[in-house]
Structure formats: structure tokens, C-alpha cells
Design a protein around this ligand. Structure first.
Ligand code: ATP
Ligand code: MG
Length: 421
């Protein structure tokens, strides 16, 4: 992509009402546009990051047998009444509206009820189970406070997966496989070390749900961890009872601020019982399906990555999700022979399938470097009149600032393959 053609421009200031570092940087660098508090559009650079995260999540969900679909944003009131979750006093984040033709609809904040209902059409016998489905959905939640930038949106992208099993044994196997798949997702995003499978509340059927919590100062949660024992407990469930059931004492735990990047639930047969979703067993009996639900906050993760890895100069993207791998910065482009030369390097990168953003603008070098730091692409390759004469390229790694001088052949060899994180 030629930067001169990118409709977004970097800007020096974020909107005055934007308090969160993640959104400030995303807006300044032209990754996101703020429509209103808690509502952000993703522009070409931001969308590439979003799609890269989705690709990683998709690969891992497919690998454990997930089948992708997409549900609707509009939902039926009657369905949520059936499980007692239509009332605003029960679910406080509903957006609702009225149909001109009469009747009320809800805007999807979760899809547990609609997907259970839909599956009545596809699950009849034990032979239809297990079944695992997932989607990437724009969820709408009427959050009271939306001060954490893209980490708490009123509109945000979630990956939500649902499992349908005959009973506990199958469910547990899949639940555990999902925990492993989630760990791979966070590891591929460069968050593995700092992400903990955390005991949390929110299990209607079980004592705990499991949250995936990433250490992050800008997060809104507090958890207690012990790295050696690999135990993490959300403060909401930090009781004597929890501690003794996990065989740990309070003084073995340290408090950390975190962002919830995923949450998984075991519903037992309760949800399916409420919804009337049953299968016929081998013995011919009608049995409610054993369900589970598994979320990942896809757009929240963008915010977490910005918050955790940014430095004073701007964002720092892990290679696995960066909008481009290489930021090719051309200098002295007013000289036609240099411009031709840099255009040639750009074409060679593209030929080799190396994702490259080419700063082909005729602006000051200082401005180019500042923008490049702000945008945070993993490698900056500077090409100038001097490069052309000496045949050596300056390659700067954004994360470490390490500078290397490479020949053209070394350069392409270096970026070949598909490096991760
Ligand atoms: P929170 O406690 O942060 O409000 P939640 O427990 O209500 O989140 P879930 O229903 O568990 O959220 O949703 C699954 C995942 O979706 C969460 O783990 C989180 O990563 C993400 N998520 C939830 N709410 C938001 C939001 N308002 N903006 C962005 N991501 C969100
Ligand atoms: Mg949650």
C-alpha cells in the first residue's frame, strides 16, 4: 500500500473527549475513527489488525472443530423472556427498539438464547452431537461507562462459540480443548506470558466461570495470581472458600490489574432446559442438550495490544497482527532516479508476498520517522539516495530499536517466511 494513497492521515491530536491511551493512539495513527463514546469505526490500517486477530482466532476455533456462521443482530423478545433475561433489571446493557409493524426487538448483546433456539432445527438425535459453532459478531451493549477506548465499546466485535453435547463427559473434553485453543490464541498475539486462566463468577450452573485475564494497567479488573502454581482468581470470588478449594493461601497471591479478554461458561443442561432444546438419546428418551459458551473480546484485544506494547513514540504491533510487516520509508523522493529505485524495492517486496506499507510521500524525513513510530509496523526499511549509492539498507526493528544494515538480497531473505509475534 502506498501511504500517499491511504485516505487516513496521521494527526497530532486525538479528540479532546478521548481519555484512553489505546483510542488516542489508534485515532492519531488513523487506525480508528470515533463516532461517539464507546463507538469506533475501524479504518484500513485498523481493519487489517482486526482481520489478522480474527484469522488467528478462526484458525484455532476451526482446529478444535468449530464451524463458523453468522447470527443476526436483531433478536426476538419472546426468546429472552423464556429464559428470564429480557428485563432491564436482569440484563442492564440491552439496547431495544420497536418494530414499526408492532412488537419489540432487542439488539444482540449476546447470542446464547437465539443460537439455542436455532439449534432446535438442527439437533434431533444424539447422532447430531457434539456440535460446535462460532461467529464474529458486532455486539451492542448499552454500557453505562465507556471510558476505556476500544476496550469497552458500546459496539464491539466478539468471537462467540457455543458447544452442544450429549452430556458432561463430552462437554468437559471440549471445554478443556477450548482452554488450550484460547491459550494458543493469546500466545500467538504475544500475550501468552501475561494471560491467566482465572476463576471468576458468572457461572449460573457451575461455581465458577473461567475468564482469560491479561495483565494490563488500563484494564478494569483486579485478579490475584500465583505464577508458579499457575493460579489466578478474580477478586469477585476471592473468598476463604475459594482459597481453600484451590489449596492456596491469600499471602501466596499477588494483586494485578487486568483486562478480561475471554470468558467461558459451562451451562450444564439448564440453558437448553429453559429453551426446550433436547435430543433423543440412544435409549429413545428426550434429554436437554449440555451447552457451553465461549467468548473472546476481539476489538478489546486491539486495545490491550496497544496499551501493553506502546511506548512514548507510538504503537508497537506484534508481527502476528501488524497491519504490515515492513514500513518502507523512502527519502529523497524529489529526485526522480531515487524515486524509481525505491518504487522498484516496493515492487520487489510485493512480488515476494511481503506485506509492505510504502511511505512514498514527499514530506520531511523527521515527519516520516515520527509517523512510522506512531503507526508501529514491526520493521522500518529506510531507502534513500545514500542507500542507492551504497547498496545497504537500514532496517530498524520498532520494538527494540535495533538497527541493522543489510544488502538487498539479505533484506528479502530476512522477511521471507511468515514470522510470528
Ligand atoms: P466485562 O466484565 O468486561 O463487562 P463481560 O463479562 O460482560 O465483560 P462477556 O459477556 O463475558 O463480557 O463477553 C465476552 C468477552 O467480550 C469478554 O471477555 C470481553 O473480552 C469482551 N467484551 C465484553 N464487553 C465488552 C465491551 N463492552 N467492549 C469490548 N469488549 C467487550
Ligand atoms: Mg465475562
Amino acid at each position: 500500500m502506498r501511504q500517499s494513497k491511504l485516505f487516513t492521515k496521521t494527526r497530532r491530536e486525538a479528540p479532546a473527549d478521548e481519555a484512553a491511551k489505546n483510542a488516542q493512539l489508534l485515532i492519531k495513527a488513523g487506525f480508528a475513527y470515533k463516532e461517539m463514546a464507546g463507538v469506533y469505526a475501524y479504518l484500513p490500517l485498523g481493519m487489517r489488525v482486526l482481520e489478522n486477530i480474527k484469522t488467528i482466532v478462526r484458525e484455532e476455533m476451526d482446529a478444535i472443530g468449530g464451524q463458523e456462521l453468522i447470527m443476526t443482530g436483531l433478536q426476538r423478545k419472546e426468546l429472552w423472556e423464556q429464559t428470564g433475561r429480557w428485563d432491564d433489571s436482569v440484563v442492564d446493557v440491552w439496547f431495544k427498539s420497536e418494530l414499526k409493524a408492532g412488537g419489540e426487538v432487542g439488539f444482540g448483546w449476546s447470542h446464547e438464547e437465539p443460537i439455542g433456539e436455532m439449534m432446535k432445527n438442527y439437533i434431533a438425535s444424539y447422532k447430531d452431537l457434539p456440535m460446535y459453532v462460532y461467529q464474529f459478531q458486532t455486539k451492542l451493549r448499552n454500557e453505562l461507562r465507556a471510558k476505556s477506548g476500544v476496550m469497552r465499546g458500546r459496539e464491539f466485535v466478539m468471537k462467540d462459540m457455543y458447544s452442544f453435547c450429549v452430556g458432561e463427559e463430552d462437554h468437559t473434553a471440549f471445554y478443556n480443548a477450548t482452554i488450550e485453543a484460547y491459550k494458543r490464541v493469546y500466545a500467538r498475539l504475544g500475550l501468552g506470558e501475561d494471560t491467566f486462566v482465572t476463576f471468576a463468577s458468572g457461572g449460573a450452573f457451575t461455581q465458577f466461570s473461567h475468564e482469560f485475564q491479561t495483565i494490563c494497567d488500563a484494564g478494569e479488573d483486579v485478579i490475584y495470581i500465583n505464577r508458579e502454581k499457575n493460579i489466578a482468581i478474580n477478586e469477585e470470588v476471592l473468598t476463604e472458600e475459594t482459597l481453600s478449594s484451590l489449596g492456596i493461601t491469600r499471602d501466596e497471591l499477588v494483586e494485578v490489574k487486568t483486562a478480561e479478554v475471554g470468558n467461558i461458561f459451562n451451562f450444564g443442561r439448564q440453558k437448553a432446559t429453559d429453551l426446550g432444546l433436547s435430543y433423543t438419546s440412544e435409549g429413545g428418551e428426550s434429554v436437554p442438550v449440555w451447552m457451553g459458551s465461549y467468548g473472546i473480546g476481539v476489538t478489546r484485544l486491539i486495545g490491550v495490544l496497544v496499551e501493553k506494547f506502546a511506548d512514548e513514540k507510538g504503537m508497537v504491533w506484534p508481527k502476528s497482527v501488524a497491519p504490515y510487516l515492513v514500513h518502507l520509508v523512502g527519502l529523497n523522493l524529489e529526485d526522480a532516479s531515487v524515486r524509481d529505485y525505491v518504487d522498484g524495492i516496493y515492487a520487489a517486496f510485493k512480488d515476494k508476498g511481503i506485506e509492505v506499507l510504502y511511505d512514498d510521500r514527499e514530506v520531511r524525513a523527521g515527519e516520516k520517522f515520527a509517523d512510522s513510530d506512531l503507526i508501529g509496523i514491526p520493521y522500518r526499511v529506510v531507502v534513500s539516495k545514500k542507500t542507492k549509492e551504497e547498496g545497504k539498507f537500514e532496517v530498524v526493528e520498532r520494538r527494540t530499536g535495533v538497527v541493522r544494515m543489510l544488502t538487498e538480497a539479505e533484506l528479502y531473505a530476512d522477511f521471507d517466511g511468515n514470522p510470528e509475534t
